[in-house]
Design a protein around this ligand. Structure first.
Ligand SMILES: Nc1ncnc2c1ncn2[C@@H]1O[C@H](COP(=O)(O)OP(=O)(O)OP(=O)(O)O)[C@@H](O)[C@H]1O
Length: 323
């Protein structure tokens, strides 16, 4: 069996004695898409900085692709790709020239890099735009090219910081299709941070970090199953009578709101037919919403991820930090 893509044991990073990462244990299996979520200041960038060998751990241990980040940083660097939020593309160069320039920085001879560049352009659907200057690219095309560039050294693990931030929903979906293809066709492990919880649903597994520690991890379905009930919204002819009936007949809590009556119940699908049969007031409509990852996030961090998406530092800032 191959080594885990990422493995951390009691990983710590202190800044002036204060822990930014406070004993983190984490395993990411090879070939998966892994989402790393957390509020601002939770320790995401610091963790990724250590995994990418940009920051030295204060204590504990981490391996990437089986190599120790502190003892074997070169081995790690050769096996990872990194895509920052900030664009580092040269706008005056074409898509292909950007990739070629970067391949040369890696010291790859053109004979070796040429087929890789062609395959990557195809992977991110930019083959027919390879000669276009990046200045003329849309935001989504630029991000796809950044991702292709992160894959130039055919890394085993690709780290992406908020890969879809600033993109419109349609383009975000396209980026996710590409990330899925990268995992499938290149068997690359994708390790990403995101503030879009609906996107975290696409991840094979996710971990939530808060105050420098992992507070929850699992598949999106596992996490949702642990924390919350379905929400059933019912519209009837009489909200007050509905609230009372739900409490008395089903022993559930119900609240009247502007859109109708909200009922929290473990299994919405089996509650609805019973509710419709047993309630005495006319039912106009019923909808069932399963628990969301936002509920999970709120449960574990006490905050909604939407409240945490502002003024954040980015991975690119690591280089400018006092480490
Ligand atoms: N160079 C530094 N010196 C001192 N404290 C730091 C430094 N870098 C980060 N920190 C602190 O460490 C903690 C973790 O920061 P980090 O940037 O890793 O969090 P994050 O989860 O990536 O947050 P965000 O979503 O805002 O990017 C925060 O309290 C931050 O203020």
């Amino acid at each position: 069996m191959s080594a885990p893509a990422v493995h951390c044991e009691d990983l710590v990073k202190l800044y002036g004695g204060t822990p930014a990462v406070a004993g983190l244990d984490l395993t990411v299996e090879a070939g998966t898409v892994f989402g790393f979520l957390g509020p601002n200041g939770a320790g995401k960038s610091t963790t990724i900085g250590m995994l990418c060998t940009m920051l030295r751990p204060s204590a504990g241990r981490a391996t990437v692709a089986g190599y120790d980040v502190a003892a074997q940083p070169e081995e790690v660097r050769n096996r990872i790709g990194l895509v920052f939020q900030e664009s580092t593309l040269d706008l005056d160069l074409s898509a292909e020239e950007n990739l070629r320039f970067h391949a040369e920085l890696f010291g790859a001879p053109p004979r070796r890099s040429r087929p890789v560049i062609a395959a990557l352009l195809q992977l991110v659907d930019l083959t027919d735009r390879r000669d276009t200057a990046v200045r003329d690219f849309s935001g989504g095309m630029r991000r796809r090219l950044e991702i292709a560039r992160g894959l130039l050294n055919t890394p085993q693990v690709l780290f992406l910081d908020e890969p879809t931030t600033g993109l419109d929903p349609q383009t975000r979906v396209a980026i996710w299709e590409h990330l899925g293809r990268i995992r499938q066709e290149w068997n690359t492990t994708v390790f990403l941070t995101t503030h879009h919880l609906e996107e975290a649903e696409y991840c094979d597994r996710i971990a939530i970090i808060d105050h420098g520690r992992i507070v929850a991890q699992g598949t999106p379905a596992e996490l949702k199953a642990v924390v919350s009930d379905d929400t059933v919204l019912v519209r009837t002819g009489d909200d007050a009578a509905t609230v009372t009936a739900v409490r008395e007949r089903f022993g559930l809590t119900a609240e009247a709101g502007p859109d109708g009556v909200l009922v929290r119940v473990a299994d919405g699908a089996s509650f609805v037919p019973r509710f419709c049969t047993e309630i005495d007031v006319p039912v106009h409509s019923v909808s069932v919403t399963p628990p969301s990852l936002d509920d999970v996030f709120l449960h574990y961090t006490g905050r909604s991820i939407r409240d945490t998406d502002g003024g954040r530092a980015t991975l690119g800032d690591l280089g400018r930090r006092d480490v």
